[in-house]
Write a protein that binds this ligand. Structure first.
Ligand SMILES: Nc1ncnc2c1ncn2[C@@H]1O[C@H](COP(=O)(O)OP(=O)(O)OP(=O)(O)O)[C@@H](O)[C@H]1O
Ligand SMILES: [Mg+2]
Length: 436
């Protein structure tokens, strides 16, 4: 029955229970004394209660049915406790627990008061009181503990919130930095598509797709500018020659030169339109038109004949079919012929021969420009189609764009272009277009 006050609320609650239990045990022990007035028992019980009070820092009083103290080491035997509500309540047969100000001590105290019942009669009551400071001290300690736990929890929550916020905002910050670099013209950078939440990853993917598209558009724009300036050289030269000739000619000759100049201007604008179409197509197949390869090739031979003659180079035209109808991007066929002849002219000796051959096979119509120049190695023949690639010692006036444009025109038409080696060591430049 030794009782000591706990230092936590849970144990404080169990302390209440234990106080009640102690009170009921005492009630059981004093029942006989209150019923029979056994004075021998009273002395030994009084000593036991005194020891209990000392060890547990509580005070005990046992009253009889009239409310007078019978045992109470700290109270005078015979003192009247009827004015204590908890005693009055217990004498009515009900256990009472609670807190109130002590009449004798003037301080707050907790009490547990239980009836002593014999048979069906309440023969007295036992009350145990304890200073409020004992239990509120335990509660305060518990509260302090709770406050400490709350403070630590808040601290951990704040750290976690910062860490989480960082994890969420870091990928967005990186995306912002990447887009700022893009705004300054750096198109090589891409957002990390693996970091951040699902939404951020989706955003990074869309952003990268957008930059890819933007890069493609810029690339095509540059391509167009390069191709246009390259491909306009030949018609512009022809135009200049025609106008120079017209300036010194008279009568019908003059009219012929002027007509040819107008035709050259038409060709020039058609070439620009064709190249624009290619640059806007974004890699998709461009709308093609019906082209008759024989007549186009003959027309280009007429154009190049006089120029080659100036170098004493003979131009031979061969075609075993009356017509060779193919599908091609507008002006593609003539641009390919011009580039092939231009390249051949760069490498052939004066007095040699260039052959233009148009062929019709079951699937394609082909144009061959065959020269008797020094030829190229297998690797160079393939590399020559890369933009800006030029063989060592090639004509310094070239840009390395001609064959790249040829391949783009051929492939956009659904055909192909290649350089083949001839048995005599020269080059057979071939462009093939799908037949109608
Ligand atoms: N028939 C050929 N014989 C030998 N080498 C050739 C022939 N055709 C092309 N080449 C080589 O391939 C390179 C690339 O040709 P491409 O037409 O693309 O550019 P380019 O002729 O140098 O310049 P541009 O066409 O702008 O005048 C040439 O510089 C040349 O070295
Ligand atoms: Mg060229």
């Amino acid at each position: 029955m030794v009782y000591s006050f706990p230092s936590s609320i849970g144990r404080a609650r169990s302390a209440w229970t234990q106080l009640e239990r102690d009170a009921f045990v005492l009630a059981g022990r004093v029942e006989e004394i209150l019923e029979d007035g056994a004075s021998g028992e009273t002395a030994s019980l009084s000593a036991l209660i005194e020891a209990y009070e000392l060890s547990s820092d509580v005070r005990v009083v046992v009253v009889d049915s009239t409310g007078e103290a019978v045992i109470g080491p700290t109270f005078d035997v015979g003192s009247d406790f009827n004015n204590r509500p908890e005693i009055a309540g217990a004498l009515l047969g009900n256990p009472v627990t609670g807190q109130r100000e002590s009449i004798t001590l003037g301080s707050e105290l907790f009490f547990v008061s239980v009836p002593v019942i014999s048979g069906e009669t309440t023969v007295g009551a036992v009350r145990i009181t304890a200073p409020a400071s004992k239990i509120s001290g335990a509660v305060n300690a518990r509260l302090m503990g709770l406050l400490a736990v709350a403070a630590i929890s808040i601290f951990i929550a704040v750290i976690a919130a910062f860490a989480l916020a960082g994890a969420f905002t870091r990928p967005i910050k990186q995306l912002t930095e990447t887009s700022e670099r893009l705004a300054k013209g750096d198109l090589g950078d891409r957002a990390d598509e693996r970091k951040g939440s699902r939404e951020v990853r989706v955003l990074a993917r869309s952003y990268n797709a957008m930059v890819d598209r933007l890069e493609g558009m810029l690339e095509r724009q540059r391509g167009f500018a390069g191709a246009a300036s390259h491909q306009l050289r030949t018609p512009l030269t022809a135009l200049r020659l025609r106008l120079e000739s017209a300036a010194v000619a008279e009568g019908r000759d003059r009219d012929e030169h002027l007509e040819a100049a107008v035709a050259e201007i038409d060709r020039l604008s058609r070439i620009i339109e064709g190249l624009l179409l290619l640059s806007r197509s974004e890699g998709q197949q461009v709308k093609r038109e019906l082209v008759e390869l024989r007549s186009v090739s003959e027309e280009r031979c007429d154009y190049w004949g006089p120029l080659l003659a100036e170098r004493d180079v003979q131009l031979e035209f061969l075609c075993d079919a009356d017509t060779v109808d193919v599908l091609a991007v507008p002006t593609a066929a003539e641009q390919c012929i011009d580039n092939f002849i231009d390249n051949a002219l760069d490498v052939v000796e004066n007095g040699s021969r260039i052959v233009i051959k148009v062929m019709r096979t079951p699937g394609v119509g082909e144009i061959h420009v065959i020269d008797s120049g020094p030829g190229m190695s297998n690797l160079d023949r393939e590399q020559a189609f890369e933009r800006f690639w030029r063989a060592k010692g090639a004509n310094p006036g070239g840009t390395g764009l001609g064959l790249a444009i040829v391949r783009q025109l051929a492939e956009s038409s659904g055909g192909s272009a290649e350089l083949r080696a001839t048995p005599s060591g020269g080059i057979d430049a071939v462009v093939a277009f799908p037949r109608l």
